[in-house]
Each structure stands twice: as C-alpha cells, then as structure tokens.
Ligand binder design. Structure first.
Ligand code: OAD
Length: 256
C-alpha cells in the first residue's frame, strides 16, 4: 500500500495544483471498492456471465433472455451500491476547482451520485431506459422490471440507455469527450484496463495534445508502460484518500 509521503503522491498533488485543465478518465476499477466487480480479470463480470448478453444483435433477437441477465448484473445488484472514497474525492476536487470534468466508461451513475457535475457518460447510464421503438426515455427506478422485457406504452421494448457491444458511442458524449480531451493538460486515468475502443483511445489523444498522464491502478494496464508519466499503484479509494489529504488538509486547518 502506498504511504501518504510517497514521492509519487507528492508529485501528483503538485501536478494537480499546477494544472490548468485537469480531467479524469475512469473505468470499472473506480467502482470496485463499492462492491461492483470489474469486467475483466479475477472475479470479473465476464468470468461469471457470457458477454454475448451485451451484444446488440443478441438483445434484439432474444430480449427476454438478454434482459434476465442484464437485470441481474446491472439492476438487482448494482442498483444497491453507493459511491466510495474515490468517487467522493473526485467530486470534492471538482467542487474545489481542481478537476474540470470526468469522462467515465462506467454506467453505474456513482460519480453523479457522489456529486460530480461535469460527467461525460461515454457508455451511457443504466439508470435510464430508452424505448427501442419511440425513443421515450424513463428512469429505471420507475419500472419494476418484474416482467421482462419491460415494455413502453407504445408497445416497444425498453433497452438500458447504455452502449452495447456493436453500438456506436452516443454522438453528444463523444463530442463532449473530444472537447474535454482537447482542453486538458493533465489526464488522471483511474481503474481502466484500456481494452475497449474507442474509449481506450482517449489517453493517447490527450497525450498527443501534450497532456501529462497520471494513472491509478493496482496492476499495470495497457497504458502504464507506453503513456503513463506517473503510475500510482494501488486501489483508487486508498490513493484518492491520500490525495484528498495532500490537496486539501492545509486548507481545512486554516479554516479551523
Ligand atoms: P476492466 O474490467 O477492463 O478493467 C478494470 C481495471 O480496473 C483493471 O485494470 C483493474 O486492474 C483495475 N482495478 C481493479 N480494482 C481496482 C481498484 N480498487 N482501484 C482502481 N483500479 C482497479 O474495465 P474497463 O476498463 O472499465 O463497456 O472496461 C471498459 C468497458 O468494457 C466497460 O465500460 C464496459 C466493458 O465491456 C460497457 O459497459 C459498454
């Protein structure tokens, strides 16, 4: 476990203070300490479930079967989880002006629940359902999901408003991510393996624009050896707890 006086952490706090437009890019790893398993690796979601349930062609061909698995993974369980220290500190950093935005691949809504305001939902959000026929959007909490697939008043099938394999990234989110990446001079990569394109291309775009790259992950990712300037090896919740103290504890003392 990284100590709070680790030179890499001190350097990171310094880089964050000096950055003009720091942003974060997050993946499943940021929610692991909330009890949500990551997709890949030991104990990952794809060890227990077949990824075919998240292919858009399978969803349209077998909506009931697809929904039964989707309900179990994303609603019964994930719906009960709450933000952890990493989500909280990221929201705190934004409210203190030390983070401009988060581009997240996660669909669990935990950044938003923690209070982050500028969140680009690159893969959508499970808390919304969208009718595949008339495009009406409803909060998932308004539907019981007892009878599957859930149907819209128009008779169409509701689909979770997140990106399935084989679907495009929502245009608005894609454009927003491009704008953020063009502006950023520091990118904080948190808890992503870098396996799924086009999201996985974001760090190299930021690098091409001259941004410094800081990465938080307990194990090296696709980025660590090639793009990362500062690798903070450890769990997101622990590292962010340290960063919060390094960035804000002086301020707290002054206010006391
Ligand atoms: P992955 O499951 O591929 O990667 C999770 C990463 O989090 C790994 O690099 C882990 O080492 C790291 N990790 C694990 N525990 C952590 C912790 N406590 N703190 C920090 N990091 C930790 O997840 P993603 O990269 O997000 O797509 O996957 C990308 C996309 O693939 C997802 O958005 C999803 C999936 O198919 C959709 O849902 C559309």
């Amino acid at each position: 476990m990284m100590r709070i006086d680790d030179p890499l952490l001190i350097r990171t706090a310094d880089m964050l203070r000096k950055a003009r437009y720091p942003i974060a890019f997050t993946g499943a790893g940021v929610s692991v300490e909330s009890g949500i398993p990551a997709f890949r690796g030991d104990g990952g979601i794809w060890e227990k479930y077949d990824p075919k349930t998240l292919y858009i062609d399978y969803f349209y061909a077998s909506p009931k079967e697809a929904w039964e698995v989707i309900r179990e993974i994303f609603y019964t369980f994930m719906g009960r989880c709450s933000p952890n220290r990493a989500h909280e500190v990221l929201a705190h950093m934004e409210s203190e002006g030390m983070l401009k935005a988060i581009i997240t691949q996660n669909i669990d809504n935990l950044h938003q629940q923690a209070g982050s305001r500028e969140v680009v939902e690159f893969h959508g959000n499970s808390q919304r359902l969208c009718c595949t026929r008339c495009s009406l959007t409803r909060p998932a909490s308004e539907l019981t999901l007892e009878t599957l697939p859930p149907l819209c008043e128009c008779g169409g099938i509701f689909k979770p408003d997140f990106v399935f394999f084989g679907e495009n990234i929502p245009e608005q989110a894609f454009q927003a991510s491009v704008r953020e990446v063009e502006q950023c001079d520091l990118l904080l990569i948190v808890g992503t393996s870098g396996e799924v394109a086009p999201a996985s291309l974001i760090p190299s775009q930021a690098r091409r624009n001259g941004a410094d790259i800081i990465e938080i992950n307990p194990s090296p990712s696709n980025y660590t050896a090639t793009l990362t300037d500062v690798f903070l090896q450890g769990k997101a919740g622990e590292i962010f707890d340290h960063l919060d103290q390094l960035l804000f504890s002086d301020k707290k003392n002054m206010n006391e």
